[in-house]
Design a binder for this molecule. Sequence first.
Ligand SMILES: C[S@@+](CC[C@H](N)C(=O)[O-])C[C@H]1O[C@@H](n2cnc3c(N)ncnc32)[C@H](O)[C@@H]1O
Length: 1016
Amino acid sequence: MKAKKLIEVALPIKEISAESVRDNRLAGGNIRTLHIWWARRPLPTCRAIVFASLVPDPLDENCPEAFKYAVEYLLNVGLGKLHYKPYKDIPYTSIVDEMEDNHRNRLMMFVGKFSEKCQENMKAGKSTPPKEQLDDWSLIKWENKNNPKILRIARELIFVAYQSDKRPDATWEKLHAEFDNLYDAIPKAETALYELKDRHIETDKVKKLEAELQTAIDAFQNEMPSVFDPFAGGGAIPLEAARLGCRSYGNDINPVAHIIERGSADFPQKYGKPIVFTKTEFDKLYGEDGQKLAQEDERITFDGCLYHIPNRLAFDIKYYATCIIKKADDEIGKYYPKDDNGNTVTAYYWVRNAVCSNPSCKASIPMLRNFYLCNTNKNHIYLKPNISGNIVNFDLIKGKYSSSELKEWNHHGTITCPCCGSVTNVKDIKSQSREFGLKPKFYGVISESDAGRVYSVPSEKMKNIINDKNIECIGPEDYMPQNDTQNIKVPFWGFKKWKDLFSPRQLRAIQTFIKHFNDIKGVLLEDEYNKAVIAYLAIWIDRIVLFNTMFSRWNDTSEKIQHVFGRQAISMLFDYVESNPFCTSSGSASNQLDWVLKYIDSESSLPFAACFANSSSGDKLQFDSKNLTAVVTDPPYYDAIAYSDCSDFFYVWLKQTLGDVFPINFSTPLTPKIEECTAIKHRHNGDENEAKKHFENKLTDIFDAIETQTSDIVSIMYAHQSTQAWTTLCNSILGARMNITGSWSLDTEMAGGLKTDKSYLESSVTVACRPSERKGFADFDEVKHDIRQLVKAEVEKLYGLGFRGADLLTACFGQAVSVFGHYKLVETAEGDPVSVGQLLEFARESAAQALLEGVPGEPQTKFYCGWLQMNGMKECDFDDVNKYTRVGVNVEIRQLQSDKLLITEGSKQHLATAEEHVGSNENWGTQSTDYMISQVHRMMLAYRMGNQVQLLKLVRDLCPQSDAPQWRVLDFLGGHLPEESQDYKDIKGILASAEMLRQKCKDTAVPKVGTLDFED
Ligand SMILES: C[S@@+](CC[C@H](N)C(=O)[O-])C[C@H]1O[C@@H](n2cnc3c(N)ncnc32)[C@H](O)[C@@H]1O
């Protein structure tokens, strides 16, 4: 019998979560910044999950001896002073709790360990800067992604785990020597090849050295496990599997994803390598422009004879992109005039105009969201309306305006006319937009100067250039999806084709870039290396396109352009900026180039590339039976993102740039839709059931293929809250003859702001699965008992680790399914089969009950929670005594009514909202002797009113510690209130800021209003 893998037993989830949240904020060199893709997994999570799916639990009785020795030797078990020594006192638990110094804990500390400083801070209730949270020796720390010492340890542990599984008799000493041999051959072969002069010329010597390097890489990787991601997306998981030295494979059905994957985890690792050029060759290839570039880059050295270039791929891309920018600027730079002071313009600010519906007014109303062009801490500049009759003009004013002196007139698309006061509602505006378009007018100029940003109103001369009607342009004629109410919403406003997202000037600019790109493509040799160069230039052009639409927003607080995909959707925007591709600021071509180069530079040191297929997964012939060691994947989250619809935004341009270089990938008119594994309603005539069926069938087919191809573990990350989405996922796992053997909740997303509204979780749940043997039939009552026990233990554990709300409830699904999945069939006492949906509802209820058990003493709060659990917020007839027995609390109904916890209307009753309960008495809920539910409701109202001082005071006086019962009550309510209710949104906001509230409330002086970092 094989040992369990680490992922089935233990994971340092707090540490992984901390670094993953940090990863989402990292900029240059992070995989997210190469090219946008939706729902990317953070690299620390991927690295940890891949690693933990490949190494055994060293405390398992079946763990190979050689692996235990490897842990002992490489992580120094028993030698107390070294880096991976477990915590003396686990920092995030409230009791003093020493972690045993054993092999498993050493392995956990190797994956991720909090730094000494962070441990101290945690105990003192202080925060630590993200960069300093993890110890410098942690595998998952961002700074270690290219650390040769740490990667060597990780790769050797994986090598020994894999080999000792295949060859149980092999000793640690033997495996250690084999590893050294195979591993050290790679850098030797790399040095020999990369030191060779002019290796770009395919001489026999170059071919020989290239072959020797490939042989060394293959010899090593043939002895390493294979890892496959059937939903590779932007390529994060395959990138991490390759980083750990594995044979790494990824599939994605989407051609745009495929190009991004290759740019992320294939090309830099193969081609981003040093090269030495003789002067003659260098001059021949790059001429004077190349010499200039080489001089500007301090990493490039020239000794009079030889150029030493640290990254050939990055240099070539920079060289060709710089040529393209120059040629494009020569041709169309005239369309991007400087401002009156000769400053280069960053962006031209436009506002769409609607017509007032009052027939006697008919003013053309600019639909600004607010009047600020700049609204930073230091600087305020706004466009002050200057109204004469029904004509609206603007003056540029330095300073702030107050809402009493200047009323904003655009409220989510409904306009109050500033000339006559009539209201034109958003429906009318939408039909105007569909019928005639909302005419954009040019109102502001944002320029770059040595002293920072400069704002001005456009001169007549500039207006004439900008409004030039004779700009020749063509754009992609392909249609956007016309009935997608979730992702691509602009067709409802009359923007039907992809080209409609761009102004003529933008189209002309993009075409010009593509034209010069094509010229360069024409002269490059058709070999694999040059294909990579071309692919990056196309990725770079995609980035230019992304920032050059009529749906790019000007962020007046950060003074930057925000591209069209702020979310995974394209929504209507009433004011937008046209960026100047030839400036140097956020939207420019040179800025986009920097992002591409930073990524290539940061991922080129690895020798191991991943291998990607652009096809729908589920092909049983793709891999031989049990040929993959592990699958680590992150399937689409049900209906949350329509990948193919969103990615068509890029596809229509990539067809033009890469269609002839990768003809098979770009052979379809738009990205493939039918085979995409998502539950997108509008692809099934709006039929939700059909969409669900499609998703479940596809997912089951794909899991079914994986089950036959994988020898060890299938680890699946999933980040959707809804029970329905989880039901489909679990049905597919069970339907593919697997069962869940481990389940972990990891914080992987940006910490939620106050008003986030996402259907996917702030944390994602990772389940580890294995092929399972089903043992006949079971009675649901017995299964329920087991599930209750397991879920209760899990809730306590996760609660202690800081998981809350829906994340916590969802994390328990894995436990419930693991019990269920042991049986062929689970039946009720009446002999009816129990569905996964019923099971998950039961698991959710068990988790909620486990949480409720933690709500201390006082019956009114228990009543409120129990009633909510049973009846929600809906109206009920109030005579069902059984309901009280289930809640299990003794309360006087009259008392509840006079306490305003239960609202009676005729013969109906409903549970009071926060406003109904404490809204009429401002003292209720402010004292520690008040009902806990009143205290919690008071916090919610304080939050709702934006009264941060009161909220902090309440936290300080009532619940300054994370284990205070008020937080449990909030969690409970958050797991049960209807998502559309205001109460739910307030709770979500409070919980998202809980850590920060608890920290800030300890400051002796509670901060002034407005100093908390709440999102608006
Ligand atoms: C949640 S995303 C993966 C994101 C990825 N882990 C990352 O970090 O970028 C799911 C991916 O599954 C892909 N997909 C959907 N249906 C597919 C299918 N039938 N075969 C292969 N890939 C598919 C989508 O195109 C999308 O890129």
